[in-house]
Design a protein around this ligand. Structure first.
Ligand SMILES: Cc1cc2nc3c(=O)[nH]c(=O)nc-3n(C[C@H](O)[C@H](O)[C@H](O)COP(=O)(O)O)c2cc1C
Length: 354
């Protein structure tokens, strides 16, 4: 007898059709090639997890500047589109739905992880006082170059083009990565955005970049195939905002008018805000919630809290058949944290199914 009846209900999120409400959270796994291509390994990895109601891919960069970490995939050229097409075909053959998470790292990164022609750019020339993994060990991050306002338009166009590329690669939708201290979060936050043009200064100006990126992404096939991921208060990558509650209340009120497919909220209680309550108060549209859920708690919030779906990260790394395990009450495999970001199949495609 299945006890998790809410989790296993089908769902429509904008134009996205989900067979159940168990979403695979986006997770960088650092297995791409030197040309930022996904491979047969990724085809296997995502195919194995295709019974999820929806897969959200690892963060995928829209340009060489947008890459921050090593061995992450891109979606800015033809070869990358063709490589991702094999992944989306494999997921669709199993009846799944798959969304591409577009992630521009902005000031977060190391030149050692990027194309030699790439730059490190951000709203303002303020360094991330943190270290980042490279093949040569942990490194300080460089001081970024502040984008000119003409260059901001070019970056927004890169997000639009990446969205067009994602649909050419067969993705059902796209998600804007708006948290964890990457470029959109750098524009939103007072600590990283000290611009004096129309992209900084006032609250409205700090919101402008994210709103324009979402509009650009929505211009390709409609907002009903675009999601946004947020985590108000998240201090990751040296991010600091004077008043994240105010920033995100205002952002969510504005994006409620756009009719996005969904808002994906990480609760992260350690950040000191009730992010789910904040989203429920200010966003009118479907919510996917995340962070440290198990099946019982997930099923309960779906029943009680007017939430559309729950995403699972680490459980999905270790359990390709997570939906079947939830449905049957089967045991869960344990995560091997030592292989989260290592190249090759170990810890990627070799976790057993029931
Ligand atoms: C190995 C790993 C890589 C991650 N990479 C990303 C990423 O690329 N984009 C993103 O939005 N979140 C990323 N996250 C965060 C997860 O999506 C998720 O929010 C987090 O794991 C908490 O959910 P969980 O408790 O179900 O694991 C990553 C998490 C892990 C463990």
């Amino acid at each position: 007898m299945n006890q998790f009846k809410h989790l296993l209900q089908p769902l429509q999120l904008g134009a996205l059709t989900l067979n159940n409400r168990v979403v695979m959270a986006p997770m960088t796994r650092s297995r791409a090639s030197d040309d930022d291509l996904v491979s047969d390994l990724h085809v296997d990895y995502y195919r194995q997890r295709a019974s999820a109601g929806m897969i959200i891919t690892e963060g995928v960069h829209p340009s060489i500047d947008g890459k921050g970490y090593c061995r992450t995939p891109g979606i800015y050229n033809k070869d990358q589109i063709l490589a991702w097409r094999r992944v989306t075909d494999a997921v669709h053959q199993r009846g799944g739905t798959i969304v591409c998470q577009i992630m521009h790292c902005g000031r977060v990164g190391s030149p050692l992880n990027k194309d030699p022609k790439a730059e490190t750019v951000a709203p303002s020339a303020i360094r991330c006082r943190d270290q980042i993994f490279t093949e040569q060990g942990m490194q300080d991050m460089p001081t970024p170059r502040a984008l000119t306002s003409a260059e901001i338009s070019e970056v927004i166009e890169q997000y639009r083009q990446a969205t067009e590329n994602a649909f050419a690669a067969g993705f059902d939708g796209v998600e804007l990565h708006g948290t964890s201290g990457y470029l959109p979060a750098q524009f939103l936050s007072t600590g990283t955005n000290q611009r004096t043009d129309e992209y900084g200064g006032s609250l409205d100006n700090r919101l402008r970049f994210v709103l324009e990126v979402l509009q650009a992404m929505s211009s390709v096939l409609g907002a009903e195939r675009v999601g946004l991921r947020i985590c108000p208060g998240n201090p990751f990558n040296d991010l600091q905002d004077d008043d994240p509650r105010q920033t995100f209340s205002a952002l969510l009120e504005k994006i409620s008018e756009m009719q996005l497919a969904y808002l994906h909220v990480i609760r992260m209680p350690a950040a000191g805000l009730d992010n789910i309550a904040l989203a429920q108060e200010h966003f009118r549209g479907p919510l996917i919630v995340n962070d440290s859920y198990d099946a019982a708690e997930a099923d309960q919030v779906l029943a009680e809290a007017g939430i559309a779906a729950v995403s699972f990260g680490r459980k999905y790394i270790a359990n390709p058949d997570l939906v079947e395990r939830f449905a049957s009450g089967g045991p869960l495999n344990k995560l091997d944290a030592s292989t989260l970001y290592t190249p090759g199949p170990k810890g990627f495609t070799d976790y057993p199914t029931l």
